[in-house]
Design a protein around this ligand. Structure first.
Ligand code: ZN
Length: 188
């Protein structure tokens, strides 16, 4: 990524919007925006094996493991505006488990790029399933979209919920209900 080139584009964008990019308050804005965009899209320039690293452990545990209320911040690919909320992850392992902090890193890996919530949810589920060869994975995400809140329909409280279920979470109704119960019961 070329920070200077992005800063120039932002400078040009400010001109097109009718701003004066040289006034004091905006003088450093193109550079700040470029650095910020670099971070918010850093998922494109990371790779998953490096993120997961060694944090996959052997375990006999075959009960359901739940991580809930993981914060999600992403940007919609239609308007490049933020959407944000939280996600809940559940999985049943075959013989491997993954560190909790790595689940959050997998979420960020996919969230820090231009996304739609449906794909973000599905990609997280798929990567967790593959990383630990899980019997089943479920991901539920609730998010608010600024493109809906600040513009267009201006629905201030529109919360969108998406889910992705794989393996036994898809094929076994009892497993899916247990997952839904666990994330609902623990939600405050
Ligand atoms: Zn949007």
């Amino acid at each position: 990524m070329n920070t200077e080139r992005i800063a120039k584009l932002v400078h040009q964008l400010l001109v097109e919007l009718g701003e004066n990019p040289d006034r004091e308050g905006l003088a450093k804005t193109p550079h700040r925006v470029a650095k910020s965009m670099e971070f918010l899209t850093s998922g494109y320039r990371q790779d998953l094996p490096t993120i997961i690293n060694e944090a996959v452990f052997q375990s006999e545990a075959n009960n359901m493991i739940i991580a809930r209320d993981i914060e999600v911040y992403s940007m919609c690919e239609h308007h490049m505006l933020p959407f944000f909320g939280r996600c809940h992850i559940g999985y049943i392992s075959r013989d491997k488990v993954i560190g909790l902090s790595k689940l959050a890193r997998i979420v960020d890996f996919h969230a820090r790029r231009l996304q739609i919530q449906e794909r973000l949810t599905a990609d997280i589920a798929k990567d967790i399933a593959e990383a630990i060869d899980a019997k089943g994975v479920g991901v539920v995400m609730e998010a608010k979209h600024l493109c809906m809140m600040m513009r267009g329909v201006e629905k201030q409280n529109s919360l969108m919920t998406t889910s992705s279920v794989l393996g036994s979470f898809r094929s076994d109704l009892a497993t899916r209900s247990e997952f839904q119960d666990l994330i609902r019961r623990q939600a405050h």
